[in-house]
Design a protein around this ligand. Sequence first.
Ligand SMILES: Nc1ncnc2c1ncn2[C@@H]1O[C@H](COP(=O)(O)OP(=O)(O)OP(=O)(O)O)[C@@H](O)[C@H]1O
Ligand SMILES: [Mg+2]
Length: 340
Amino acid sequence: MTKINNSPNNVLEVKNLETAFKIDGEYYNAVDNVSFQMKKGQVLGIVGESGCGKSVMSLSIMHLLPRGIGKVRGGEITFNGTRIDQMSEKEVNKIRGKDMAMIFQEPMTSLNPVFTIGYQLQETLFNHMKITKEKARQEAITLLKSVGISRPEKIVDEYPHQLSGGMRQRVMIAMAIACQPKLLIADEPTTALDVTVQAQILELLKNIQKANDMSIILITHDLGVVAEMCDEVIVMYAGRIVEKTDVEKLFYQPKHPYTKLLMGAIPKMDEEAEVLSSIEGIVPSLKNMPKVGCRFADRCPMAKPECFTVTPQLAEVEEGHEVACLLYEESKPKEGMKVS
Ligand SMILES: Nc1ncnc2c1ncn2[C@@H]1O[C@H](COP(=O)(O)OP(=O)(O)OP(=O)(O)O)[C@@H](O)[C@H]1O
Ligand SMILES: [Mg+2]
């Protein structure tokens, strides 16, 4: 286990991460040279169209990539001051579920249908704590109560299929926070739920985050959720970060043409004014990634010829605002230059 001298304020540091999948015997990067840092207690949003690498990045951090198909083949992941990307499964098992946890869109894929809710919660506790059977049951009930489940004494003995979708997601959250993790990754945690339940679950996450000063990576397609929940936001496109900034700047001064399109900030001229653009074209598949240049260039209304040949690097173009786009290459602050 390597201890890294990183900033003590950072719960997570990802440096030049490359995650690849084996397709027809060859590896292709689904996450390509991704770097970011996350402060303690921060809620970091990750947005981007389907297939941009949001889930793969999370699974890389959690060591949950499908075995034999996906692998981290470059870069470093430092969690809580310790390099975790090269850890053995045995070492990872000590921190996953305890110090970092993940919740998914569909709780039924993570809950085991043959065991009661209480049993599964207790297993999580037994895995990471020295706790008696009676204490674990009591703790399971307390946890269920803390995620807003009424009559937890009854629910603790029920099976996942007996619960509604919203209740199951609450149980998943209870399992994820059972050991008070420092980092929670929530991958589309409310997408499968109806709007009212969505709002309740988000409120719950927010409250838990505040109470425990927990850091959350929140992956969502819903920009309303981002505005409501996040401090900082990363915009991903085709496996790369194209923009990273705080939530206000992202909404009020988006810079990357992709972000602007995602925001629907550029209405299409040839359609009714109220119809905002969905982005024309598709995210390239892993085998069809452009080898050079900006991966968004062929869909970008602002593309210049060099966008197809020069790969833009993510750089801070204003304080706290990072963009990977040639349009902003000249506006990178030079030493001593004041940025308004
Ligand atoms: N098991 C796998 N085998 C091969 N390719 C995969 C696998 N899982 C993901 N990919 C590919 O990796 C890329 C990133 O996928 P990922 O699931 O991270 O996207 P995403 O941003 O989470 O999308 P969504 O919003 O739909 O959840 C896609 O091109 C996808 O096809
Ligand atoms: Mg995903």
